[in-house]
Design a protein around this ligand. Structure first.
Ligand SMILES: Cc1cc2nc3c(=O)[nH]c(=O)nc-3n(C[C@H](O)[C@H](O)[C@H](O)COP(=O)(O)OP(=O)(O)OC[C@H]3O[C@@H](n4cnc5c(N)ncnc54)[C@H](O)[C@@H]3O)c2cc1C
Length: 319
């Protein structure tokens, strides 16, 4: 049997593990995913989620990953079952954004500066752009179906150590998100806590996202009959329980930009831990005679990078 025909074990069933599983299985590899959590209980299920510029490192790889993912999400938007759709909206800041835009914004055909009248009070600079929005609970179901249709096997079964993983397969892809901190013993991985409030959609079809580095910001993303409201980004906070004061702040900030959200019925509150790291890690290493391909540390952009990283991880796995 050639190495490329060997079975592959993927650890993790968030957006990275499932997308990598899909790419490998559709390339004809025998793939098993082992996950500690059901897909709907992962950080990925909490993400908003939008495709957008990713200010992460390594910059050249991130540009490739985000570009490749844009093409996939744009194509998926033609398939209603995927949970992906293209939406117009605004990305805006309370400070001047200047004229230098990330290179990947060239992928957005209708990108243009907001006129002053298009900016909410308190915002001084922004862009209008049509981008893919991904309804994560539906999208993860779509990925699971696509993975299983390609012959993949999904098991709810935590991996206790890398030795446990390589005992099962000579090729392992590690997509454990913030769990890589413990499984790999990578001290550079840390949680960046996020919280969302999900409300019944009062009639919005445009998104809004505040561009900022601060812990609290405004963001709302409509997905059919629901709108995902955010947000916060708190480094090194492992608490997975929604906090009332955080939800109240999110609702207040969103309503200040979009008054129709002020009285929208609350359907759920959710917390997710973004896998923070200095740089996204997609690379292969030898481990006890086996090959481990790492694919983790995507911070707040794991969905936007998912297809590019999955194709690269699959290449490294010899697919
Ligand atoms: C509030 C919020 C909003 C966000 N918005 C966006 C957005 O708009 N756009 C965007 O691109 N990104 C967004 N993100 C970031 C995105 O959610 C993450 O980057 C992405 O989900 C990471 O995916 P992952 O598959 O690496 O990790 P996860 O989704 O965390 O999945 C990790 C998987 O590994 C499994 N696992 C861990 N350890 C083990 C083990 N020992 N054994 C077996 N399985 C294990 C877990 O059970 C899980 O299945 C957002 C995140 C949050 C929290």
């Amino acid at each position: 049997m050639t190495e490329s025909a060997d079975p592959v074990l993927v650890i993790g069933a968030g957006v990275q593990g499932l997308t990598t599983g899909v790419v490998l299985a559709e390339a004809g590899r025998r793939v098993r995913i082992r996950t500690a959590d059901r897909p709907q209980d992962t950080t990925s299920a909490v993400a908003g989620a939008m495709w957008g510029p990713a200010m992460l490192r390594p910059a050249d790889r991130v540009l490739y990953w985000v570009t490749r993912s844009h093409a996939e999400f744009t194509a998926l938007a033609r398939d209603e079952a995927s949970g992906v759709h293209l939406a117009a909206g605004r990305m805006a800041a309370r400070a001047d954004l200047g004229d230098t835009l990330p290179a990947e914004t060239k992928l957005i055909p209708d990108l243009r500066r907001c006129t002053p009248a298009e900016l909410p009070e308190g915002f001084v600079s922004g862009y209008r752009a049509t981008v893919p929005l991904i309804d994560m609970p539906r999208y993860l179901d779509y990925l699971v179906d696509r993975f299983q249709d390609a012959g993949g096997e999904l098991l709810l079964s935590p991996v206790t150590s890398l030795a446990d993983a390589v005992a099962e397969a000579a090729t392992v892809v590690n997509c454990t998100g913030v769990g890589a901190c413990e499984l790999v013993g990578d001290p550079g991985v840390h949680p960046v806590r996020g919280q969302h409030v999900i409300v019944r959609n009062p009639g919005l079809d445009e998104y809004f996202i505040e561009l900022t580095n601060s812990e609290e910001f405004v963001g709302y993303l409509p997905h059919g009959d629901r709108v995902v409201l955010g947000g916060v980004a708190v480094e090194h906070d492992w608490d997975r329980t929604p906090r009332d004061d955080v939800s109240a702040g999110i609702r207040r900030r969103c309503a200040a930009v979009e008054p129709r959200l002020a009285d929208a019925e609350v359907l759920a509150e959710q917390v997710g831990l973004r896998p923070g790291r200095d740089a996204v890690r997609v690379e292969a290493e030898r481990y006890e005679g086996a090959r481990i391909i790492h694919n983790y540390g995507h911070g707040g952009c794991g969905v936007a990078l998912s297809w590019g990283c999955a194709f690269e991880a699959a290449d490294l796995a010899g697919a």
